[in-house]
Ligand binder design. Structure first.
Ligand code: FES
Length: 146
């Protein structure tokens, strides 16, 4: 498949967009400082906090799993059996998400949860963190995926 060029200039802090790459959904999330801070709390609760497992690109081997700290680029497919997790960023009555949940993703199929860096929580069926696709910045707000 061809690489996909994405303009993220309109992606506000706290927002997420989805683009398609090789038939897969790729999520791009502009994380707020608060969202990034939540990763410190989830460090101890995820199974591979620094993305040490081999299949992840070098630039994903850090706490934020990203080239730029605030921008997450991840394949939105569960690493268990390939369902699509849903985003559960927000708390509050309308979201159905509890206030002590720092935000992240929930896979509806077998209940795997991922934090805001796509890191899988311990003791969940998904074996790995969400895949970070190969990507690079062509300009400050332009990403090439693939
Ligand atoms: Fe996501 Fe099984 S496919 S938990």
């Amino acid at each position: 498949g061809a690489p996909v060029e994405v303009d993220i200039s309109k992606l506000q802090p706290g927002q997420m967009m989805t683009v398609e790459w090789r038939g897969k959904p790729v999520w791009i999330i502009n994380r707020t400082k608060e969202m990034l801070d939540s990763l410190k709390k989830t460090d101890g609760e995820v199974s591979d906090p620094n993305s040490d497992k081999p299949m992840q690109p070098e630039y994903a081997k850090n706490e934020t799993r990203s080239i730029k700290p605030e921008i997450l680029v991840a394949v939105g497919i569960c690493t268990h059996l390939g369902c699509s997790p849903s985003d559960k960023f927000k708390t509050g009555p309308e979201s159905g998400v509890s206030a002590d949940w720092p935000g992240g993703f929930l896979c509806p199929c077998h209940g795997s949860t991922f934090d805001l860096a796509g890191r899988v929580y311990k003791s969940k069926p998904a074996p790995d963190n969400l895949e970070i696709p190969p990507h690079k910045y062509l300009a400050d707000t332009k990403i090439l995926i693939g």
